[in-house]
Design a protein around this ligand. Structure first.
Ligand code: CA
Ligand code: CA
Length: 234
């Protein structure tokens, strides 16, 4: 993934982020927000910042409950900004290392993507899955079961933080399935994975189970202790 990707993701998702997260530090074009910006919304956005090792220890611990879960309870791949491209395609376009041609109905032709879970490139959008960093079922277990449907939809289509949705190979996405980091971590870049996973849990105020907490701490303690900053979505 190129170094520009987070900025490109931020810009691509800016309209959604303004609605879902309530605030951005910069305007859609990277400019300072206008003075007239809705200050009540801006004031409601809370930013969390801590070192990775502190952040994993800050995650609230709770018993997880799968009862009642259905993937259908998270409406996903919506086109929130109405530009014809659903959230999945927005991510594919934003993360492409070589931009695909975008045709009618947001069909994607060509392009190149790098899947950091397994370190391989793919040259067709159909070979890339857009993974929910925190799987939908894991989110349900760890807090989303008490959310309303619009919050679950915002989570499942979150373009407001580049870490929430990630384009990876179909095979690595299916090997991950609904697992949390106690049961699955990618074959490479485990530090990046734990950093991004923790950021998404914090962004959505999700809890962890005790095995998950242990796995996150164990991994984080072997990683560079860089600062994790995240804007809360709720
Ligand atoms: Ca769209
Ligand atoms: Ca878990």
């Amino acid at each position: 993934m190129s170094a520009l990707t987070p900025l490109r993701r931020l810009l691509a998702g800016s309209a959604v982020a303004t609605v879902a997260a309530g605030a951005l530090l910069v305007g859609p074009a990277g400019t300072a927000p206008a003075v007239s910006e809705d200050t009540s919304r801006a004031a409601s956005a809370e930013t969390y910042s801590a070192s990775l090792r502190t952040a994993v220890r800050d995650l609230p611990v709770a018993t997880e409950v799968r009862t009642g879960y259905s993937r259908d309870l998270f409406r996903h791949w919506v086109d929130a900004d109405g530009d014809g491209c659903d959230a999945r395609r927005e991510v594919l376009i934003a993360e492409a290392e070589e931009r695909p041609t975008v045709g009618s109905g947001c069909s994607l032709t060509g392009g190149r993507w790098f899947s950091y879970y397994d370190g391989v490139s793919r040259y067709s959008a159909s070979d890339i899955s857009v993974d929910h960093m925190v799987p939908l079922a894991e989110a349900w277990d760890s807090g989303a079961r008490s959310w309303d449907s619009s919050t679950r939809q915002a989570f499942a289509n979150d373009l407001g933080d580049y870490r929430s949705l990630v384009g990876v190979t179909v095979s690595s996405n299916s090997s991950k399935s609904d697992s949390d980091p106690a049961d699955w971590q990618p074959g490479r870049e485990q530090c990046r994975y734990v950093f991004e996973y923790t950021a998404v849990k914090i962004r959505w105020r999700l809890s962890v189970d005790s095995a998950e907490r242990s796995a996150l701490i164990s991994r984080a303690d072997s990683c560079s202790d860089r600062t994790l900053t995240v804007t809360r979505a709720r």
